[in-house]
Design a protein around this ligand. Structure first.
Ligand code: DX5
Ligand code: ZN
Length: 214
């Protein structure tokens, strides 16, 4: 069954504890946290002060998605919060192998994110060291954008690669995910989906999350 990681970027930040507890009680699998620095992407979100409050009220593990320029600095900032995953963008990292080892040294599962234009072949030699690959299905920076269809053949290719090189490595897709595309994502081997606006705009969060756990 597909695992669902609601993105708190679409939560009401004035009622963050309420919203985090609501998605956890509604049966989500992970809590997706978008960290943006205003440099790698044209938006700015939250740092470790706010995320530590999220970690306290979340009863599901955190999935931290870094969209930043200085990955190592941010990994060190967030590692003490003990998320399940920290993912960083391959487009912004000169020494991905070193950073993977650093994340793992904290007991955290390392993941790499690919922007819509970045081919899966770019991480072929890193796949065996990863716990997850996150494919962006929108341009990173904002919630509520439309799903870029070319992620489907890309996930299919990545699925073939990981089955050969590291079957334990999960495939996650982030951006524009809804009940309209979840079956197509399942069909190409996706294991985890991030969903921000789709989950948070629903009155019934449990029904929204269950509609993606196919
Ligand atoms: C975009 C973020 C996503 C975003 C997804 O940069 O990485 O996690 O919150 O939001 P939706 O599901 O609304 O596209
Ligand atoms: Zn994200």
């Amino acid at each position: 069954m597909i695992k669902v990681a609601p993105s708190i970027l679409s939560a009401d930040f004035g009622n963050l504890q309420r919203d985090v507890e609501e998605i956890c009680n509604a049966g989500c699998d992970l809590v997706h946290v978008d960290v943006m620095d205003g440099h790698f992407v044209p938006n700015l979100t939250i740092g470790p002060v706010v995320v530590s409050s999220v970690a306290k009220c979340a009863t599901k593990p955190l999935d931290i998605h870094l969209m930043v320029e200085n990955n190592t600095f941010f990994v060190e900032l967030f590692a003490p919060l003990k998320p399940e995953y920290i993912s960083f963008h391959i487009e912004e990292e000169k020494h991905p192998h070193r950073l993977i080892q650093k994340i793992r040294s904290y007991g955290i599962k390392p993941a790499i994110v690919l922007n819509p234009h970045t081919p899966p072949e770019s991480i072929e030699y890193l796949l065996e060291d990863l716990d997850m690959v996150l494919l962006m299905s929108v341009n990173p920076g904002f919630g509520g954008q439309s799903f870029i269809e070319s992620v489907l053949p890309k996930a299919k290719k990545l699925n073939e690669m990981r089955n050969k090189l590291n079957p334990n490595c999960l495939i996650e897709v982030d951006g524009g995910v809804s009940d309209k595309n979840i079956r197509s994502l399942k069909a190409v081997g996706v294991d985890v989906v991030v969903a921000g606006s789709y989950v948070f705009k629903h009155e019934d969060k449990k029904a929204a999350i269950e509609s993606l756990q196919v």
